[in-house]
Write a protein that binds this ligand. Structure first.
Ligand code: PEP
Ligand code: MN
Length: 326
């Protein structure tokens, strides 16, 4: 933002007033005779409405740079998904289930175990993006039906991923919340199709995306008609291989506190290790996450994908805000 001064205003007093409101003056704009015309504020200044800064004595007007993601800025912190509120002060939501939908019996069993634990959304991939294309890629359309039936049988909503625009209409038929995976955050034809599907979208951050690129991808979904976008931080690529990815909780706090957007954290893909999932889930909620997405499996040693990071459903009991339904 740029704060323009009235002619003859006391620049020092205005600067002090800005600092007192948590604003950081990055650059001073001066006129030909050295008089102060305005102050450019750093982006990490406290988030204060421009109107409030305009009330400071000596301020003529506040210039707000045009945003490239106005719809995201206007969306607000809460998205409603088939009647379940996510973000904006609503109780945090728990999204859980296996990495992949492996069989009808198995997804029913997992849903049965998850339902009493405060889980709102049953997750599970029917179309699986994998680190290696030679690994199991999911059971496709059949798995969507198994997932929906298991969720319905236990009063849960469905979140699942569409990997290609061709699959979006079918996935949207079975899912309450359409997931865009991290490998596809900038697959614009997929985002276009997802936006047009009319379903709210869970947009995973790409493993090397900046926050701005993530917000722009959200904007693209809203431009194409998505009724809401929930952002999902799942870890970015770091230099250290001791965890699968590097969970960027700073970005979570930034999105929820400064941008006032709903953001869900996936500590399972962020760490790749089940012993780190719950500590990071708690940290995510403390940082302002609107919910957490955690991979669970009734027998992780037999899981077809991501077994090492899967928890047993009952382990979710440790997450205090969700607790058991009474
Ligand atoms: C997933 O949630 O199933 C998944 C594949 O995650 P990501 O896109 O974050 O790797
Ligand atoms: Mn997985």
């Amino acid at each position: 933002m740029v704060i323009y001064l009235k002619p003859g205003a006391d620049a020092d007093l205005v600067k002090k007033a800005l600092i007192a409101r948590g604003q950081w003056v990055q650059q001073v704009e001066k006129g030909r005779n050295g008089e102060v015309l305005g102050f450019q504020l750093a982006s990490f200044s406290s988030a204060i409405p421009a109107a409030e800064l305009e009330r400071i004595e000596g301020v003529a007007r506040v210039g707000v740079p045009a945003s490239e993601h106005p719809r995201v800025d206007a969306q607000g912190p809460r998205v409603s998904v088939s009647g379940t509120e996510v973000g904006g002060g609503a109780p945090p939501v728990l999204l859980s289930g296996p990495c992949a939908v492996e069989s009808e019996e198995r997804i029913h069993e997992i849903a049965r175990q998850l339902a009493p634990l405060g889980v709102s959304f049953l997750r599970g991939g029917a179309y699986k993006p994998r680190t290696s294309p030679y690994n199991f890629q999911g059971h496709g359309a059949e798995a969507l039906r198994w997932l929906r039936r298991a969720a319905d049988a236990h009063g849960l909503k469905v979140v699942t991923e569409a990997m290609s625009e061709v699959d979006v209409p079918l996935v949207a038929e079975f899912a309450d919340l359409l997931q865009i995976g991290s490998r596809n955050m900038q697959n614009f034809s997929l985002l276009k199709a997802a936006g047009r599907s009319g379903r709210p979208v869970l947009l995973k951050r790409a493993m090397s995306a900046t926050v701005e690129e993530w917000l722009l991808a959200g904007e693209y979904l809203l431009v194409h008609g998505a009724p809401g976008v929930i952002f999902c931080e799942r870890g970015i690529r770091g230099f250290d291989g001791s965890t699968r990815n590097l969970l960027d909780l700073g970005a979570v706090a930034l999105l929820s506190t400064v941008h006032r957007l709903p953001v869900v954290v996936d500590p399972s893909h962020a760490t790749g290790r089940r012993d780190l999932v719950l500590p990071l889930a708690k940290a995510a909620l403390a940082a302002g996450a609107a919910g957490v997405m955690i991979e669970t499996h009734d027998d992780p040693s037999q899981a077809l994908s991501d077994g090492p990071q899967a928890l047993l459903p009952w382990q979710l009991r440790e997450l205090a805000p969700f607790g058991e339904k009474r």
